[in-house]
Design a protein around this ligand. Structure first.
Ligand SMILES: [Zn+2]
Length: 409
């Protein structure tokens, strides 16, 4: 499965650009220099870096750009005569290379051998992904900073091909193992970190420190009392790009992804807790919150609604909604019992980049307002943090119990 992002007008634009490029490849005599100069003039973006995250069944390649550009992505079959493996190539239009093209980026995981990059033509950077076998893929652009993310999966296409190539007359392959009900591994994502402090609250306390502390406490409790494996997207005060956080969860083949945040507002009276799952929304406050957590503008969120809509449909939406309600109600009731009046702002939806592409139920929690005098002070206190952790733990436990019940029906 491949998907090209963007509304149909963007696709038309892409085709126009591609057509312009085809014309560029075959210029009339005497026009070559002028057209090449024009292509150079149209360059709007620089490709500065390519990163990758690998696992047994999943590889994510992230191309860092200075601004968003149109792109094309194509699959090429293995070419034995030229000793070329199956490959994906991505053409970044209006782009110039600002990284070393001489050495391939060696990956050598189960899906991807290496990444090659070159300035294919004056306005086109070509990135070639040399694959191990036929794989499915999908790609999407994220802004601020601009990057094109390509996910390569040992997905259905690869398996289908293998099945088709299987000689006839042999017994059918064994059925895939059905995983045991319940939770095996959870990825906790303490928001922000390093150069990104998140929200700053009363007394100068930073969101990144509060959520790291909460994540560590919760990880310990989940391991000890539920016997599940827990992976943190960051162990310390490190900056991790948003898309890498989901990639970690996918690479770990985690059963849950829980992103931990605390809320903030210029209105110091605002207080309470809210829980989010990934989906489009028209709610202005949720859009503004997502813009803040994504480190992007209000306008970019609107632009992304369409682009991300097919990705959100692919996510485990129903399970994410269930997870959000389980955790939210447990946290609200536990904090209510311990501290009395808790403002319940509800379970909501918004486009948080950190949840895009997650292959497991995923939620983002906004646990109280760091900018509120009472909640901000409390968030820095051990007893209050322990109470939050207990509420989160109970919610995850309830979710697990509901899974076991459903699977046993
Ligand atoms: Zn945050």
């Amino acid at each position: 499965m491949s998907s090209m992002p963007g509304p149909s007008c963007a696709k038309i634009l892409l085709q126009v650009v591609a057509l312009a490029w085809t014309l560029l490849l075959t210029p009339a005599a005497g026009e070559q220099g002028a057209q090449a100069a024009k292509a150079r003039k149209n360059i709007t973006s620089l490709l500065t870096r390519i990163r990758h995250t690998s696992s047994q069944s999943y590889t994510r390649v992230t191309m860092e750009l200075s601004t968003e550009v149109p792109y094309e992505i194509h699959f090429l079959k293995e070419d034995a005569s030229r000793q070329l493996p199956p490959r994906l190539y991505v053409d970044l239009l209006q782009t110039r290379l600002r990284m070393d093209p001489t050495q391939p980026i060696v990956v050598q995981d189960r899906l991807l051998r290496q990444v090659r990059v070159g300035q294919f033509a004056p306005g086109v950077v070509r990135v070639v992904l040399d694959l191990r076998s036929v794989s499915s893929h999908r790609a999407f652009l994220l802004p601020d900073p601009s990057r094109l993310v390509v996910d390569i999966n040992a997905g259905a296409n690869g398996r289908e091909t293998a099945a088709l190539e299987k000689p006839r007359g042999l017994p059918p392959p064994p059925k895939p193992k059905v995983p045991a009900p319940g939770l095996r591994k959870i990825v906790l994502d303490p928001g922000h970190g390093g150069k990104d402090p998140g929200a700053i609250g009363v007394g100068g306390v930073a969101e990144k420190d509060i959520v790291l502390s909460l994540a560590k406490k919760l990880a310990k409790k989940l391991k000890q009392e539920m016997g599940v494996k827990v992976v943190l997207t960051r162990q310390d005060d490190t900056f991790i790009p948003l898309e890498d956080r989901t990639a970690i969860a996918n690479a770990e083949e985690a059963d849950l992804f829980v992103s931990l945040h605390v809320n903030a507002s210029p209105n110091a009276n605002l207080r309470g807790m809210e829980t989010y799952y990934l989906d489009n929304t028209n709610d202005e406050a949720s859009i503004l919150l997502a813009a803040r957590e994504n480190g992007t503008s209000r306008r970019n969120i609107s632009d992304l609604q369409f682009i991300l809509s097919d990705l959100t449909q692919n996510s485990k939406l129903e399970d994410s909604v269930t997870l959000a309600h389980r955790i939210h109600s447990s946290l609200a009731s536990h904090m209510g019992q311990r501290y009395g009046d808790v403002k319940d702002l509800g379970v909501k939806k918004a486009l948080f980049y950190v949840l895009v592409g997650a292959r497991m139920p995923s939620v983002l929690l906004e646990m109280f307002f760091i900018t509120n005098k009472h909640e901000g002070r409390a968030l820095a206190q051990k007893a209050y943090q322990d109470a939050i952790v207990e509420g989160l733990f109970q919610g995850i436990k309830k979710y697990q119990e509901s899974l076991v019940v459903v699977k046993n029906l």
